[in-house]
Design a protein around this ligand. Structure first.
Ligand code: 4AD
Ligand code: MG
Length: 474
């Protein structure tokens, strides 16, 4: 086995224990007879305070911020405030020097914008390291939750033959070699925008399936919520038939709410060290301490309280937006997509927490969503679907009941200029032709979940090496 990490050493609660730790010096304060360093091995946000006495000699003088060192010593009770334990160093070895004159990651305020120019070095900052650990932890909790609900984690392809969302945002790919891509695969190839359609194929055999996988979109707008490469948590499963897809949408929303509360709230993640570190990280935005404390409390409450998150239909949302008498930049009209300003108002002002908006007009949603039976007050067809809106992070999840009826699916595809009997989507029709039944699914933006849970302002700080239009430097 490997030697214990700093996190494990600190959790063990043993003093006078002899340990060997390798890591990087986060900060060092040199006094006449003694130097105090904070050593990090990446396992915890706090690191370990190391005390170097003068008899260690010249070597301590060479230690600067960023130096890689190996220390041996004993864990003792710390007389200082700020930490329970510290390491009294007996031996120190310098493994890698770090020139303080040219090292770009200095203690002085490092803005997110500055750090984006040092994608390869920024994981050394506390906030980015905490975010990467939180990703890992969150993935583990989601895996646990879905395993307990009887789901199978399935691997779906990254290379696909079509644009699953029909949004026209797919990246087309080609080999570097002289061979044109259509000669390689015999038809054009794309990077996947969503794993949903492939998951649907798998769910017609395996039942409950999910994946956490990269998705790629050539987004036109450059916003703080969009990346060109992001990770989506997607699930598909079969449901008991009902004549009312609206009831299925309600059950789907309830399940998604339970999954988020279970993996983020009940798991304890929300009270963990890394989430604390992320919320305390001041450089991320300019809001006041008070505002941040309130925002954090609201997230904690949302994921830990038993109260159900409100649900309103798209039609109700439109009515509320009109009633607000706000002079919207984008006009509010039944049939138009909700814009960011509308979504923001609905979750932040109207509700002050997560909000499900359900049953959107079919015309503004993808082809695979199930048509609702006609309802009063709705002139055009709506579909059994939802968007989960949360304060600050915006649209966190989208999902729907899937159109399982072959003829209706065909009509819906036709209305969007797609041919179900054609070469490209024939396989999707087969899922209905051969033993298709009612099923539902959703996709959750992993970076946006992280941003919401950790109070991170921009999705570019929610993934280690972000890519967006105009930016991919390693
Ligand atoms: O709403 P979207 O486009 O839905 C789908 O792709 C469905 N096929 C999912 C499904 O039902 N299996 O994307 C789902 C979520 C969004 O709510 C958002 O959180 C995130 O994925 N997302 C992005 N996150 C970061 N950068 C982008 N460019 C994103 N586009 C979508
Ligand atoms: Mg969506």
């Amino acid at each position: 086995a490997l030697p214990p990490t700093i996190l494990q050493i600190l959790a063990r609660n043993e003093v006078d224990e002899k340990v060997t730790v390798t890591g990087w010096v986060k900060s060092i304060r040199k006094q006449k007879r003694v130097a105090f360093g904070v050593l990090s091995d990446g396992s915890s946000p706090t690191g370990l305070q190391a005390v170097f006495h003068e008899d260690l000699g010249e070597r301590v003088k060479q230690i600067t911020n960023g130096t890689s060192i190996c220390v041996r010593g004993s864990i003792v009770k710390s007389p200082g405030s700020g930490q329970d334990k510290e390491l009294l160093v007996d031996e120190v070895e310098i493994l890698g020097e770090c020139d303080p004159e040219t090292y770009p990651i200095q203690k002085k305020t490092l803005t997110p914008e500055y750090l984006r120019d040092y994608t390869h070095l920024r994981p050394r900052t506390g906030a980015i390291a905490a975010m990467v650990r939180l990703r890992s932890h969150l993935m583990r909790e989601l895996n646990n939750y879905f395993a307990n609900q009887g789901f199978t984690y399935a691997h779906t392809p990254i290379l696909t033959s079509g644009d699953a969302e029909g949004g026209g945002e797919a990246f087309r790919i080609a080999p570097v070699s002289p061979l044109p891509s259509h000669e390689f695969f015999t038809h054009p190839a794309y990077l996947t925008v969503s794993h949903q359609l492939h998951l649907e194929a798998l769910s017609h055999s395996l039942g409950r399936v999910y994946t956490l996988s990269p998705c790629f979109r050539a987004e036109r707008g450059v916003t703080r919520r969009h990346l060109a490469e992001f990770w989506m948590f997607e699930a598909e499963w079969n449901v008991i038939p009902t004549t009312d897809p609206r009831a299925q949408t309600v059950a789907l929303c309830d399940f998604v709410e339970g999954a988020i509360k279970g993996s983020v709230g009940e798991s304890g993640i929300i009270h963990g060290e890394d989430v604390n570190a992320l919320w305390q990280h001041r450089e991320h935005d300019s809001s006041s301490e008070d505002d941040r404390a309130k925002a954090r409390e609201a997230v904690v409450l949302a994921v830990t309280s038993n109260a159900a998150w409100p649900k309103i239909s798209y039609s109700e949302a439109v009515r509320e937006l009109l009633k607000s008498n706000i002079d919207w930049e984008f006009p509010v009209r039944w049939g138009s997509p909700l814009q960011t300003e509308h979504e923001k108002w609905l979750s932040e002002t109207l509700v002050g927490g997560p909000l499900f908006v359900t049953d959107y007009p079919a015309a503004i949603k993808p082809f695979y969503m199930r048509a609702n039976p006609a309802m009063e007050g709705e002139d055009e067809t709506t579909v059994g679907c939802f968007d989960l809106l949360v304060p600050h992070a915006g649209e966190l999840v989208g999902g729907s009941v899937r159109e399982e009826r072959l003829n209706k699916l065909k009509e819906s595809m036709q209305s969007k200029g797609m041919d179900m009997d054609g070469e490209r989507y024939g396989w999707y029709g087969d899922l209905r032709r051969f033993g298709g039944g009612p099923h539902v699914g959703f996709g959750l933006g992993f970076e946006r979940l992280l941003g919401w849970v950790g109070g991170i302002n921009n999705v570019r700080e929610c993934v280690p090496m972000p890519r967006w239009a105009g930016k991919m430097d390693l």
